[in-house]
Design a protein around this ligand. Sequence first.
Ligand SMILES: Nc1ncnc2c1ncn2[C@@H]1O[C@H](COP(=O)(O)OP(=O)(O)OP(=O)(O)O)[C@@H](O)[C@H]1O
Ligand SMILES: [Mg+2]
Length: 393
Amino acid sequence: MVETAPSPFTPGYGKKPAIFGGHGEDLSELRAVFETLDFGENHSVLVSGLRGVGKTSFLTTLQDAAREAGWLVISDDASAGLMSRVMDSTIPTLINEMTPETRARLTKLGIWNISADIEYVDRHRVVKPQLRTDLVALSSAMGADGGILITVDEVSAGKVRLRELSKFALQVSHALEDGAQIMVVFAGVKVSLDALLAEEHTTFLRRSRELEFERLSAPETRRVFVETAGIGGRAIDEEALDKLVSLAQGYPYLVQLAGDYAWRNNSIAPCITLVDATVAHDRAIRAIESRVISRVYGDLSDVDQKFLNAMAEDEDRSKVADIVNRMNVSDAYVQVYKKRLIDSGYVQPAGHGYVQFSLPYLGAYIRRQLAAEARDGGNEGGWGAYPAPDLPA
Ligand SMILES: Nc1ncnc2c1ncn2[C@@H]1O[C@H](COP(=O)(O)OP(=O)(O)OP(=O)(O)O)[C@@H](O)[C@H]1O
Ligand SMILES: [Mg+2]
């Protein structure tokens, strides 16, 4: 039997890392709110950033801290049915888990029928139950013991979703006006959050604390590698560490992926060596493309993709004027897309009139895709010669 030691690295969407790098100040400020209930400007928080940059992990870390401080936690994502999931399932579950004292206080508020000894929660019949009233009641039953943390992940810019989300936000904002002790956190890519802010009823979100997630700093990236390996009882040789840090480029998903591959190469040795890091390098690059970069690229609209394709013709930074020529559109048009892509974190300004990819590997990925398409004729498998016939009406 081959002996192995389990890897402490956590590659995968939504997997909370063993060591959470970066965002130290924001986390401690928000944690302080859980202890003191002194919200300052932290009643609402918007977390934005590219795929795999650590938004969901940040939300999970916040939720754990809130629970530890005795808060109620409502966490969900912005998919269809949010309001009814929260009102019909999450809130009754929270009530079931409350201490008897809190439940007793809640019973007096008269919104729910709460049985003292068996796990059962039912609503008194009211014309139309509202999230606002639920939240206010929950908050006053908690009293000075804690508040309510609401996290909504995966905010996306679809029209129907946004309308539902803005209704949800309206209820939360009314509850806040009524004095409920709530911190609400929305997470998604920047364009989606901007679209949410543009909806009716979400004006209160314009006063939110905005956290724009970018890659981790180099020192933080080193710390995450060293301390994560340390949790598993191993050290990392200096040269191996340098190699892993350059490979990951501070991008959280890549840190976990590279660390995991290096770990697994020889998991029972006391140290991760340059050999392990080199093996990780080759395997991780391939996995990065299929698991991360292709999804990041696939999230974009056609025009956004065309913009990035035009950029990919350059090895390093691109001149905006060249992009205008390559796309064969007006300068104003290109400026609009440039701004969007910068806002969403795909692209960054690189000197006056220049842009470059902010995500390492994205340019190389696109160049490879375009070369492959050119090679096998758009990869349509020869079907261009056999169009499907029209079906009879
Ligand atoms: N601060 C961090 N330090 C170290 N590793 C992290 C950090 N944040 C996230 N990770 C790791 O990065 C990966 C992606 O994290 P996560 O799923 O939270 O990203 P995300 O921004 O929510 O992605 P998506 O936009 O696809 O939902 C996971 O493997 C996670 O363990
Ligand atoms: Mg996520």
